[in-house]
Design a protein around this ligand. Structure first.
Ligand code: AMP
Length: 219
């Protein structure tokens, strides 16, 4: 069983690394941001409460995201474990989590703010299937068109400059300090997020002493 939290500023590559871990170890990837965006697209009751907050790059109220995480984990479909991406984002959420669940490691992806700002400007999302692109290192074959489904590529509404800076400030003030809470429990591994996704993935595996899939089959 692998139970991980993946943390880092926006654009640090959390989603990419969570997907790679998911594929390699058959984990469930729980992205709170994706679940919230799904609610916006589906115009759920919750959407009315969170649309403005999210467009402004602010944090959604703790009780809402805690309930989302609780419900998702209560589904118990994570036979081999899970990667929690985008949660916890402040001390209260971290304490809520530690009271109810245990965790094997917190993976912190470290990226300087200047790199975050460049990456976010280049970030695109397929409006149809949700696949992520980055015009710096993962360009679509045809400009503005998703390679997978032919959908149109858009910028996330909260990737505007003001919202991005607000989210970075929240990250430094509220999210990064909770790393110490997990560090006291000796759970944190830090990886340099400025390298290629494959190299970052390999370093995560090394630091967590994880076997690669081929090794798992032969032992
Ligand atoms: P993300 O996709 O992780 O960048 O999250 C997108 C947005 O969803 C954030 O800017 C917040 O508005 C909201 N959000 C995601 N996770 C949380 C969380 N743990 N606590 C509060 N708001 C969150």
């Amino acid at each position: 069983m692998h139970k991980y939290i993946i943390m880092g500023a926006q654009g640090c590559g959390k989603g990419t690394q969570a997907s790679m871990l998911k594929r390699a170890y058959d984990l469930i990837h729980i992205s709170v941001g994706d679940i919230l965006r799904w609610n916006l697209q589906a115009h759920t009751k919750l959407a009315a409460r969170i649309t403005r907050i999210m467009a402004g790059g602010q944090l959604v109220p703790d009780e809402i995201v805690e309930e989302i995480v609780r419900r998702r984990l209560d589904e118990h479909d994570w036979n081999y474990g899970f990667v929690l991406d985008g949660f916890p984002r402040n001390r209260r959420q971290a304490e809520f989590f530690l009271e109810s669940y245990d965790i094997d490691a917190v993976i912190l992806i470290d990226v300087p703010d200047e790199v975050v700002l460049q990456r976010i400007q280049a970030r695109r999302l397929c409006a149809a299937c949700g696949l992520d692109y980055n015009l710096m290192f993962h360009r679509p074959a045809q400009e503005g068109v998703c390679d997978m489904c032919g959908g149109g590529l858009i910028q996330r509404s909260d990737d505007n400059d003001q919202a991005v800076r607000g989210r970075l400030q929240d990250y430094h003030e509220k999210t990064h300090p909770i790393v110490d809470l997990f560090r006291r429990k000796e759970l944190v591994v830090v990886v340099d997020g400025t390298r290629a996704p494959r190299e970052i993935h390999d370093e995560i595996r090394q630091q967590l002493k994880l076997k690669i899939a081929s090794e798992m089959q032969t032992t």
